[in-house]
Design a protein around this ligand. Structure first.
Ligand code: OGA
Ligand code: NI
Length: 349
């Protein structure tokens, strides 16, 4: 499981200082960005500041009123199935994102894991340091700023709140894979049978309030190296999706969950479904807490390769991606520019 003390940095390409050294010094504090905030910093360290050209672009981009689709799952086991499948298909083909309500996970289960992540991050820093690692082999990892080293972060321990959340979110994941299978014109069990919901990771994020939010980001633009991601966010807001050439905020809904198509599903659907870039802006108001569940398919236990699903390809619509192993994709994550899904590019035939 992954928990990150996430805050922000970006893929700075040109630097006139020893960035690696400053990143390492920050990492060695093992206190994360929260450590900086707790120490009362007023100016954020330069390793977190975005390149000037990005900051200028941000100031000149305009706002939009469009909204990520919200899908009501009430009636999914009954007479609403067809309608819901149509909504899922439309969202997966255009936005790559949607929110779900009436998904069956009780509100207290959502609230308790958010509270658990907040408490973990706010406990004594000496206790947290015990979990601080970037070693993927450790089940529970606490870590910071995933893109500082272009590696994934995270976190923590087996509590009832976490177990209960996992039980519920994996069940919802199975339902969503059924809907996505139907939306692709396959039988309901197809994505489940090829193992899409088989393994998962649970990156949990804590974004402290930021003294200079306009200079940095909570999480830089990326797409997810997963089949599907289910994200629970608190009510602070800050998640944005890149749609129609602009960043669109994902409005928090009490009891709602955000769902997004990952790179692997874009590959197996042969580009029918879109894995879309998203990011988290920093804010003066915080902390913000979120928890993602990445469904990774068969990964460690049974190294199974995936490629475009046969039923979805034809002579007129030939496969455009090569087969891949989920495990080969992790090191490639985050080496991408905001508008360039590099993992997908690397898998293109
Ligand atoms: C992620 C992610 C968004 C958030 O974990 O990949 O995009 O709101 N998280 O924390
Ligand atoms: Ni993501």
């Amino acid at each position: 499981m992954d928990i990150s003390d996430a805050s922000r940095t970006t893929t700075q390409t040109v630097t006139d200082y020893d960035r690696a050294k400053e990143v390492q010094a920050f990492d060695d504090t093992k206190a994360g960005v929260k450590g900086l905030v707790d120490a009362g910093i007023v100016n954020i360290p330069r390793i977190f500041i975005r390149p000037p050209e990005e900051l200028v672009e941000e100031l000149t981009s305009h706002q939009t009123n469009s909204q990520v689709p919200v899908i009501d799952l009430d009636g999914v086991r009954g007479n609403k199935l067809e309608e819901i499948v149509d909504q899922v298909r439309a969202a997966a083909e255009t936005w790559g994102f949607f929110q779900v309500v009436n998904h069956g996970i009780p509100l207290n289960v959502l609230e308790e894991i958010i509270e658990g992540i907040r408490k973990f991050n706010e406990q004594d820093v000496e206790l947290k340091k015990e979990f601080y690692t970037r070693d993927r082999a450790r089940n529970v990892r606490f870590n910071s700023n995933f893109d500082l080293h272009y590696s994934r972060t995270a976190n923590w321990r087996d509590t009832d709140a976490v177990r209960e959340y996992i039980k519920n979110v994996t069940k919802l994941g199975e339902t969503l894979f059924e809907l996505l299978s139907l939306a692709l014109g396959l039988k309901a069990e197809h994505l489940q049978e090829i193992g899409c919901p088989k393994e998962y990771t649970l990156p949990c994020h804590y974004y402290p309030s930021c003294p200079q939010p306009d200079l940095t980001l909570g999480a830089t633009g990326h797409s997810d190296p997963s089949f599907l991601t289910i994200l629970l966010q608190d009510q602070i807001g800050g998640l944005q999706v890149f749609h129609d050439n602009q960043w669109v905020g994902v409005q928090p809904i009490v009891g709602g969950l955000v769902v997004n198509i990952g790179d692997f599903l874009e590959v197996v659907s042969n580009d029918k479904f879109k894995s879309v870039n998203h990011r988290v802006v920093a804010g003066h108001v915080g902390p913000r807490v979120s928890v993602a569940c990445f469904f990774m398919g068969h990964n460690a236990e049974i190294p199974k390769s995936y490629g475009p699903i046969k039923e979805l390809t034809s002579e007129e619509n030939p496969p455009i991606y090569r087969d891949f192993l989920p495990s080969e994709c992790f090191s490639k994550r985050f080496s991408m520019a905001v508008d360039d899904n590099s993992l997908l590019h690397q898998l293109k035939l």
